[in-house]
Design a protein around this ligand. Structure first.
Ligand code: IPM
Ligand code: MG
Length: 362
């Protein structure tokens, strides 16, 4: 079948990791007889360089015309890049937040899974990593502190900066439903993470999640404070199935969860709205320090492409094949520098992509 896929190369390592993910998608097309038409879209620093702004109407409209969008990463070195001389609303990150909001991508799925093969790269104690883990962080993506009113002003001669954290029950309900729906297809456990001992927004969060849970009697719901969750993730990650949480907590916990898988270079993500459409990107940043050096791990982006196949195109078999190819390459001992361990073969970005594409074709 034919599909239209938007491609945002982005900044830093973005172009090279997307190039490898496209190789994997092209291999899927060749093997299963699909046809993908790619349309390149500008976002972040790459858009600033051309249009002076990190996101244009043109990019939003083009993305809406696609079945799904695959993205690399955006942003540069905040100390040296001229993009960070611009006011905050015109910097690369504002483009990413803008497209998430414009496309109503409220549900951010970030799976963190410990591959047997990567146990040596896992920074946790052996007795903890031995239990393995397989969790999915369901992060709310279009509300909370990221999108609340903010200002910096002078009050009585003192500079004061304010950010607002607010959630409506509608926003909480729709993300909670997503978490429970996905838990039904997994191990039927949802751990909702909040700070209900301090925050009003968390108290409402907890109440609405409890209400939604009534429609899912098979799913075991638990609640956890975010500080405790940060600790549990390194103490006993095996306890988690679906972690449901708000935007900022999800940002922080997903970096932590990704690192315990061995490297942030392994964590894929899908950002979905109420339709089949989704934006797929690795959870990591643009790593400008290693950009263009063939060092970046393309696996998070390749696994994001697998999520694209599964969630936006309903191509489950193809998604499974792609994920199996990644696992196979890890089994064969190929590693990029970030996940390298003794006895393995170190490869660059390009070779890792070639190897995975070749295994898909087998
Ligand atoms: C992420 C990133 C973004 C976020 C940044 C780049 C704005 O850290 O996708 O996790 O905070 O959401
Ligand atoms: Mg983040």
């Amino acid at each position: 079948m034919g599909y239209r896929i938007g491609v945002i190369l982005g900044d830093g390592i973005g172009p090279e990791i997307v190039r490898e993910a496209r190789k994997a998608l092209d291999a899927v097309c060749a093997k299963y007889g699909h046809h993908f038409e790619y349309e390149e879209l500008l976002l972040g620093g790459a858009s600033i360089d051309v249009h002076g702004v990190p996101l244009t109407e043109e990019t939003v409209a083009a993305a809406k015309g696609c079945d799904a969008v695959l993205m690399g990463s955006i942003g540069g070195d905040a100390k040296t890049s001229p993009w960070y001389q611009l006011p905050p609303e015109r910097r690369p990150e504002a483009g990413l937040l803008g497209i998430r909001k414009a496309l109503n991508l409220f549900a951010n799925l970030r799976p963190a899974y410990l591959y047997d093969e990567l146990r040596a790269a896992c920074p946790l104690r052996d007795d903890i990593s031995a239990a393995g883990f397989d969790m999915l962080i369901m992060r709310e993506l279009t509300g909370g502190l990221y999108f609340g009113a903010r200002k910096t002003e002078e009050v009585d001669g003192v500079c004061v900066a304010t950010d607002t954290l607010s959630y409506s029950e509608t926003e909480i309900r729709r993300i909670a439903k997503r978490a429970f729906d996905i838990a039904m297809k997994r191990r039927k456990k949802v751990c909702s993470v909040d700070k209900a001992n301090v925050l009003d927004s968390s108290r409402l969060w907890r109440q609405v999640v409890e209400e939604v849970a009534k429609d899912y009697p098979e799913v075991a719901l638990s609640h956890m404070y975010v500080d405790n969750c940060a600790m549990q993730l390194v103490m006993n990650p095996a306890q988690f199935d679906v972690i449901l949480t708000e935007n900022m907590f999800g940002d922080i916990l997903s970096d932590e969860a990704s690192m315990v898988t061995g490297s942030i270079g392994m964590l894929s993500s899908a950002s979905l709205n109420e339709t089949k459409f989704g934006l797929y990107e690795p959870s990591h940043g643009s790593a400008p320090d290693i950009a263009g050096q063939d060092k970046a791990n393309p696996i998070a982006t390749i696994l994001s492409a697998a999520m694209l196949l599964r969630y936006s195109l309903d191509l489950d078999e193809e998604a499974n094949a792609l994920e199996a190819a990644v696992r196979q390459i890890l089994k064969e001992g190929y590693r990029t520098g970030d996940i390298m361990s003794e006895g393995c073969t170190q490869v660059g970005t390009r070779e890792m992509g070639d190897l995975i594409a070749a295994r898909i074709m087998e």
